[in-house]
Design a protein around this ligand. Structure first.
Ligand code: GDP
Ligand code: MG
Length: 177
């Protein structure tokens, strides 16, 4: 038996307040979903170990403490990220428009060594709701300006597509490291 290579990778969630970042992380890490809105307390990360290919990956997933409302995330939030997960809400046009801001902010603050090839995962969340306003092709068009991006539509409420989105984030981060 060959030993698996161990790696630690940092993932950060970015996007407007209320789009479902904390819910996505909580579904992915512990298969739990909370109806009540509660702002995350304390800028924090959770870890989850996953086995992918020949790697034992410790995923360090950072979530905000709600400071995104004031656009005041600290530099340590961005620093050293191996993949940036941009989240919007498919029922909110403004949350989709805000992806420009979050992507730019990430590239400025994290200043990755290979900005043009840096891996992004874009997530359109809340597809379980009926009042969708952002269409898939709009997002695909936005994504076509980014070299290394994967797009997923999820429901943190029902759990759809979340494993796939995070797994792809790991793949893309590994490919870079
Ligand atoms: P954050 O501010 O981006 O961390 O967003 P939260 O994870 O706190 O979610 C904001 C609100 O949206 C909460 O009331 C969640 O229960 C709700 N929510 C999150 N994801 C979904 C989803 O996929 N579907 C539905 N219907 N509601 C969601
Ligand atoms: Mg949150």
């Amino acid at each position: 038996m060959t030993g698996r290579k161990k790696v630690l990778l940092k993932f950060i969630l970015l996007g407007d307040s209320g789009v479902g970042k904390t819910s996505l992380m909580s579904q992915f890490v512990s298969q739990k979903f909370f109806i009540d809105y509660k702002a995350t307390i304390g800028a924090n990360f959770l870890t989850k170990e996953v086995q992918i290919d020949n790697y034992l990956v410790t995923m360090q997933i950072w979530d905000t403490a709600g400071q995104e409302r004031f656009q005041s995330l600290s530099i340590s939030y961005y620093r050293g990220a191996d993949c940036c997960i941009l989240v919007y809400d498919v029922t909110s046009t403004s949350s989709f428009a805000a992806l420009n801001h979050w992507r730019d902010e990430f590239l400025i603050q994290a200043a990755p060594r290979d900005p043009d090839n840096f891996p992004f995962v874009v997530i359109g969340n809340k597809v379980d709701l009926n009042d969708r306003v952002v269409q898939t092709r709009q997002v695909q068009s936005w994504c076509s300006d980014i070299l290394n991006v994967s797009y997923f539509e999820t429901s943190a409420k029902r759990g759809n597509n979340i494993e796939k989105a995070f797994e792809t984030a790991v793949h893309n981060a590994l490919a870079r490291s």
